[in-house]
Design a protein around this ligand. Structure first.
Ligand SMILES: Cc1cc2nc3c(=O)[nH]c(=O)nc-3n(C[C@H](O)[C@H](O)[C@H](O)COP(=O)(O)OP(=O)(O)OC[C@H]3O[C@@H](n4cnc5c(N)ncnc54)[C@H](O)[C@@H]3O)c2cc1C
Length: 343
């Protein structure tokens, strides 16, 4: 059985958790989910989403000790469900919180964990079941028995194959590496309520308070269907008028390179990349962004990229599906004028 730690976002199952469930189904069945929630949280929509993803059982853990996030306590709860169910594999999204919890679980059980998996395949016994979107090619490291995981490291600059030889196998799924797909047959998603038993020691480090950043938190960037990007080519803090207007015109949001945030031209929550947000819009329009590997790590899941850049050899231009070679301060107004004409 595969156990998946899932997270709730805005009352529903987080997109990255849907991705993790789709990934987990590829590893074998049945798939069960564990969700941790503060008392009184409405989990009905998330449970319904689990059913769509083919989940057989949802282990719903709630209790007053879960009101504030404490990695060790949450990990102890997940480890308890893992032991109770006897799951062979524990999967979660690669979100910051889920990664932290699974790392704690792995440390408690003294087993390895693979973060940011793209694909996984059992080796040594059956190699039929494959997680992720494509069957993993022979990587030459298939000696031994366990789960062979292909995973992103160094912000996606390198893809590594690693063998998880321990049971349970513990892994997180790289954000947006898998398209969430409904299961062919919905799962029963029967809810089992679990009362957490948390040791006081596990609550020594917990979140004391949360202060939303002024101006946003990057959440809209990760969910946006259209992102208009801007880099050093914007020229300065006053160079974003066209980018803002184009994003508004296309019903999207603005995402920027690290140069832009480091120079203080725009706030950090707008940054795309290895140390910013990972986006997967239908359309990404990076303007004056070179496409350094750290930026690419955050935007490579975009479905279509149209780059605007003065340099025809810039990596972003060569990797994009379409490119307009020219000055963004001339190209963007021309696009806006053309869109205005179309009404
Ligand atoms: C550990 C680490 C983490 C990092 N994390 C991130 C990250 O999360 N996100 C990120 O973005 N970067 C990150 N970086 C930085 C990254 O390496 C690059 O330095 C950065 O992405 C470059 O930003 P840029 O493309 O805006 O600037 P540049 O590399 O200077 O490129 C500017 C581009 O604009 C073009 N241009 C100039 N003028 C115009 C114009 N008028 N019209 C059109 N095009 C024009 C140029 O041809 C060029 O291609 C990280 C670096 C490190 C070491």
């Amino acid at each position: 059985m595969i156990l998946v730690l899932v997270e709730i976002d805005d009352g529903a199952l987080a997109l990255v958790s849907q991705e993790a469930l789709t990934f987990a189904r590829g590893l074998g069945e049945p798939v069960e989910a564990v969700v941790l929630a503060a008392p009184g949280t409405d989990t009905s929509a998330a449970v319904a989403d689990c059913a769509v993803q083919g989940v057989a059982r949802v282990h719903l853990v709630d209790g007053p000790d879960l009101i504030s996030y404490a990695a060790a306590a949450w990990a102890s709860v997940v480890a308890g469900v893992l032991a109770e169910t006897g799951a062979s594999t524990l999967v979660a999204s690669g979100s910051g919180r889920a990664s932290e919890i699974l790392a704690h679980v792995a440390a408690r059980l003294d087993v390895p964990m693979a973060a940011n998996a793209l694909e996984a395949s059992p080796v040594g016994e059956s190699t039929e079941a494959v997680g992720g979107q494509a069957r993993m090619p022979d990587q030459g490291s298939d000696t031994g028995t366990g789960l062979l995981v292909r995973r992103q490291v160094l912000g996606g600059a390198v893809v590594e194959s690693t063998l998880l030889a321990a049971v349970p196998a513990i892994l997180t799924v790289a954000g947006h590496a898998v398209e969430p797909v409904a299961a062919p047959v919905a799962g029963a998603a029967s809810v089992v309520t679990v009362t957490p038993r948390i040791e006081p020691d596990d609550l020594r480090a917990q979140v004391a308070s949360v202060t939303p950043r002024s101006g946003g938190d990057g959440a809209s960037l990760t969910k946006a269907k259209v992102v208009v990007g801007a880099g050093r080519g914007a020229g300065g803090p006053d160079g974003f008028g066209g980018v803002d207007a184009l994003a508004a015109k296309l019903g999207g949001v603005v995402g920027v390179s690290r140069v832009v945030t480091s120079l203080g031209w725009r706030p950090h929550h707008e940054q795309v990349g290895q140390t910013g947000s990972r986006i997967n819009p239908d359309l990404y329009v990076p303007c004056g962004i070179s496409g350094a590997i750290q930026h690419w790590a955050g935007c490579s899941s975009s479905k279509t990229i149209i780059a605007i850049n003065t340099d025809a050899e810039a990596p972003m231009v060569t990797k994009a599906a379409y490119a307009i070679v020219g000055d963004m301060h001339e190209v963007i107004p021309a696009i806006l004028a053309a869109l205005d004409k179309r009404g």
